[in-house]
Design a protein around this ligand. Structure first.
Ligand SMILES: NC(=O)c1ccc[n+]([C@@H]2O[C@H](COP(=O)([O-])OP(=O)(O)OC[C@H]3O[C@@H](n4cnc5c(N)ncnc54)[C@H](O)[C@@H]3O)[C@@H](O)[C@H]2O)c1
Length: 336
């Protein structure tokens, strides 16, 4: 891919920061816009330490359309990767307006600024949550979509906004990437997931509980119709996920249009398998207990990854062992 300037919204966040590193390493210039609601500006220094190059950081809100227009008119931006948003399912039920305003309002603001500035290439962070409770696995991109909470509904709405935009203006080049369950951290141990408050997801809670920072890990349900009764998910290393964005940009450069692609490994792994693998790889004991199912959780979810393989020429390369090792290294580095 030719090198160019890429605007990354939410670029100090978990997935965004890993993607910035790959973009900089590939020779692109990177501009990050983030309001630091769920991240720390120190991430910019760490990105520079890792790859020897630094993104231009602009603190700001994606709902600020004039700010985005200003950035797009003053820099030779050719494409935008849009990570900025709120992502906790439980929190979205408590503060739905924040979620719709940030995720949906923020996306409309960004698209308006891009339209007004003549930038028409976008990679968007969607989620496997748009599949609701799938009738079967592996999940293909053409499966029905549904939402049971404001977070999922916001992703569905943005997907629909993007498809409406593409229908009305076919010159747009759009990749809607549906992530499965990102875990792991950069192998340097310098950047990783840094959730504010009690983690919602398995891996950050598991690492914090193992480090003695939280109580036992609750394993929600052992009576699902899965091989060991615990929930099965498609965990994907964040470095592989980040690489999927570079592959999507590359694809859009050659094949204009709109694509919707799953980014997962294609492997379903149970909660108990994650715990056993984490213990074996890191030679430690994970404190956990089995409790009742958590309302809203589904039994099984993993991706059919053929479209990503065929269209983007992309595939996840990291193993579950890598994910467990890198997650633990990151947790330990944070404790000094
Ligand atoms: N991590 C996951 O499990 C997962 C799964 C599927 C999809 N996604 C999506 O991927 C994207 C990135 O997720 P992440 O895990 O890196 O989350 P993250 O919270 O680490 O990163 C999101 C970033 O967006 C910033 N942000 C929030 N509101 C903003 C606003 N109004 N203006 C500017 N910046 C704002 C935050 O400060 C943060 O740095 C999100 O859109 C999320 O919904 C994440």
């Amino acid at each position: 891919m030719d090198t160019s300037t890429i605007l990354v919204t939410g670029g100090t966040g978990y997935i965004g920061s890993h993607t910035c590193i790959l973009l900089l390493e590939a020779g692109h210039d990177v501009i990050v816009v983030d309001n630091l609601r769920n991240s720390d500006v120190a991430v910019i220094d760490r990105i520079e330490t890792i790859c020897g190059r630094r993104p231009l950081f602009i603190e700001g809100d994606v709902r600020d359309t004039p700010l985005l227009e200003d950035i797009l008119s003053n820099h030779p931006v050719t494409a935008v990767i849009h990570f900025a948003g709120l992502k906790a399912v439980g929190e979205s039920v408590s503060i739905p307006l924040d979620y719709y305003s940030t995720n949906v309002g923020g996306s409309i603001s960004l698209l308006t600024a891009m339209q007004n500035s003549g930038v028409h290439t976008l990679v968007f962070s969607s989620s496997c949550t748009v599949y609701g409770d799938p009738a079967s696995v592996p999940i293909r991109e053409d499966f029905p979509r549904s939402a049971t909470n404001p977070y999922g509904a916001s992703k569905l709405m943005i997907e629909d906004i993007l498809s409406g935009l593409h229908t009305s203006e076919p010159g747009w080049q759009i990749a809607r990437l549906r992530y499965f369950n990102p875990v792991g951290a950069h192998e340097s141990g310098l950047i990783g997931e840094d959730p504010i408050g009690t983690p919602n997801n398995l891996m950050p809670y598991l690492t914090q509980a193992t480090a003695g920072l939280r109580g036992e890990l609750n394993v929600f349900g052992s009576d699902y119709e899965t091989p060991d009764g615990t929930g099965v998910r498609d965990y994907i290393h964040v470095a592989d996920l980040a690489n999927g964005h570079v592959a999507a940009l590359d694809y859009l450069e050659k094949q204009p249009g709109m694509v919707t692609v799953n980014l997962g490994t294609g492997n379903g792994v149970s909660v108990l398998e994650v715990i056993r693998t984490f213990e074996a790889v890191n030679q430690c004991k994970v404190p956990y207990r089995i409790v009742d199912r958590r309302p809203g959780d589904i039994a099984r979810c993993w991706a059919d990854t053929r479209l990503a393989n065929d269209l983007l020429g992309w595939k996840a390369l990291h193993s579950l062992e890598d994910m467990c090792r890198d997650s633990w290294r990151w947790q330990q580095s944070q404790q000094g």
